[in-house]
Design a protein around this ligand. Structure first.
Ligand SMILES: [Zn+2]
Length: 257
């Protein structure tokens, strides 16, 4: 049992009670209990030792050889001792090893996410099956879509353009790093106010350029950006479209407040 615990890299607060090997199903089932004390309420961070009840969580883990690994983890619920806390009863948490409400150990989630990132949903399912993991296309896509995007570095040359969420109905704004030729972020609409608010929370742009559908960069004076031509091509076609002049005006107003 100690060998399996070491192979699984179990933290000290998790105890492997027993393991069941089902050769026909190609599966190892691990019965694991937690003995961490005290635990903290996730809402108010008050320490508690008063157990309310137990329940069982079923979790997938990385394979051991040709066997799939499934945990049956006994999780405890605790009373929160703080009177004014809205969470009267809470479940113990397992740091980064197991995310709340997850159905997999984090290391398996990471591996499936890597598969989804590398080959996408449909091919990812085929590759996962080949590696003896059960998943679906939607699960892989959900994992990839759930990844947190890294905060963009300071963008010195920023391009601003609009795009259609739904052509003729709903438009957004795309911001582009002109030095790296990479999109930075998408904004929900193409109002000058929205772009101005983004610029205030991401200072550093020295050159602001408004892009147009034909690809010709034009622009206008911005509080911290040097001047480019403001040709406003296509303005009659997009009467609600934010121009750099509007963005600059709003940014100046915000700075003087
Ligand atoms: Zn609490």
């Amino acid at each position: 049992m100690k060998i399996i615990s070491r192979l699984l890299n179990l933290p000290s607060y998790l105890q492997l009670i027993t393991s069941l090997i089902e050769s026909d199903a190609g599966q190892v089932t691990l019965i694991v209990m937690s003995n961490q004390l005290p635990v903290k309420c996730p809402v108010c961070q008050t320490v508690s030792t008063q157990v309310h009840s137990h329940y069982e969580r079923t979790l997938g883990d990385l394979n051991l050889g040709e066997y799939r690994v499934v945990w049956k983890l006994w999780v405890r619920k605790f009373f929160c001792s703080r009177q004014d806390c809205p969470r009267k009863i809470f479940c113990e948490r397992f740091s980064q090893l197991i995310e709340p409400w997850a159905r997999r150990i984090t290391r398996l989630t990471k591996q499936l996410t890597d598969i989804g990132l590398a080959v996408g949903g449909q091919l990812g399912v085929r590759l996962s099956k080949h590696l003896n993991y059960q998943t679906s296309r939607n699960s892989l896509i959900r994992l990839v879509m759930g990844l947190k995007l890294p905060e963009p570095d300071t963008v010195e040359q920023l391009g601003v353009d609009d795009f259609a969420w739904r052509k003729g109905v709903c438009y957004g704004t795309v911001l582009v790093d002109l030095e790296k030729n990479q999109p930075v972020t998408l904004l929900q609409n193409r109002e000058a106010q929205t772009v101005s608010e983004w610029l205030q929370t991401h200072p550093g742009a020295k050159l602001l350029s408004q892009l147009y559908r034909d690809g010709w960069p034009t622009g206008a004076r911005s509080p911290k950006a040097r001047s480019l031509r403001d040709r406003r091509i296509g303005r009659s076609q997009y009467p609600n479209r934010a121009t750099l002049s509007q963005i600059s005006q709003l940014s100046c107003q915000a700075q003087t407040q």
